[in-house]
Design a protein around this ligand. Structure first.
Ligand code: XMP
Length: 328
């Protein structure tokens, strides 16, 4: 008689048994449903002996860091440290246009920043008499387990930012993966039972390299800000229209081209926002989402009026394959 509620109790017992009465655990959180549910379970099982780290990489969504912190730390009481490394990430991204290079830079910088923070927590914990960190939390799901066993396809790249292997070796951490037997819908159900906000439970997936791969071409603070504002308006209008849950993933991309427009009696020469929305069950294939015209109209008007530097909005009508969900 397997229910989610009994899973929670059993998993909490299992975590306590594995970690022991004094064991310390560190783990990265992103604001996504997987890492949030995993962190929430750890908090329930071992309280402040679980140390969560949120790395601000400078390419997260608008106000994302603050809102994730407000939910995880202030509302759920998770022992969370936010590390603002946005300057480091954006400095290293300057002038880089190749998508795979962007991914590598972000992945490697993430590992570096997270490892440094883990080392700090390790030292603090030891100094305060609580002992060193023993475990690394990962929000691995069952499909990830299967995928990494059965094929080394693009997922090898997709998962690079999760690959904190050095940490496991250097600090001799052991892995703890409380979600490794679950599918995504089960994680969501678990999230609801654990009283996690709907906003996080139903959040669309967001790639590790974030807005860096949604600013096509060069990534700079002003470019990121344009993409961020447009994306915020887009998602806000999708939610207002009651469509957020019918869509698997939606975002705004900033194209590296300019086009001519007119404003009052002046010509403008500004950038283009591409809107992407797809329906998908596994993200291996995806259909473009038939966004109602009236919703598109509101979104387009708002983006052009409210986002400086944009004078044209287009809607992406490509499915995967052959197009990918991300533009880069
Ligand atoms: P594509 O663009 O390959 O994306 O159709 C499939 C799914 O994977 C996400 N994605 C990534 N996630 N790091 C991530 O963590 C990445 O580098 C990355 N690239 C794509 C994408 O958002 C979609 O959900």
């Amino acid at each position: 008689n397997w229910t989610m509620a009994s899973f929670i109790d059993k998993e909490i017992e299992r975590i306590r048994a594995v970690v022991g009465p004094t064991g310390q655990v560190v783990g990265a959180v992103s604001g996504g449903v997987d890492s949030t549910v995993a962190a929430r379970l750890m908090k329930e099982a071992i309280g402040d002996r679980f140390h969560a780290v949120l790395v601000d990489n400078g390419v997260m969504r608008l106000n994302e860091c603050q809102s994730v912190k407000a939910i995880l730390k202030d509302r759920l009481g998770i022992n969370l440290e936010v590390v603002d490394a946005s300057d480091l990430f954006l400095d290293r991204l300057a002038g880089v246009t190749d998508p795979e290079k962007k991914r590598k830079i972000i992945g490697n910088t993430f590992i570096e920043v997270f490892e440094d923070q883990a080392a700090i927590i390790d030292k603090q914990s030891e100094l305060s008499g609580h002992g060193k960190i023993d475990f690394l939390l990962q929000g691995t799901l069952y499909p990830d387990v299967i995928e990494s066993i059965s094929f080394k396809g693009p997922s090898a790249t997709i998962k690079t930012h999760h690959n904190v292997g050095g940490l496991l070796e250097n600090m001799r951490l052991k892995l703890i993966e409380p979600l490794r037997e679950l599918f995504k819908d089960e994680v969501r159900a678990l999230g609801k039972l654990l009283n996690i906000d709907d906003e996080l439970v139903w959040r669309h997936p967001f790639p590790g390299p974030g807005i860096a791969i949604r600013c096509l071409g060069e990534v700079s603070r002003p470019q990121v800000q344009i993409a961020r504002l447009a994306d915020h308006i887009y998602i806000e209008e999708i939610k207002k229209a009651g469509l957020y849950r019918s869509i698997s993933q939606a975002y705004a991309a900033l194209l590296p081209i300019r086009s001519v427009g007119v404003m009052g009696d002046k010509r403008t020469y500004e950038q283009v926002i591409a809107l992407r929305a797809v329906e998908s069950t596994d993200f291996m294939t995806a259909d473009w989402f038939p966004m109602p015209y009236d919703v598109l109209k509101r979104i387009s008007n708002r983006i052009i009026n409210e986002v400086k530097g944009v004078n044209r909005v287009v809607y992406d009508v490509s499915s995967k394959p052959p197009s990918t969900i991300e533009w880069e």
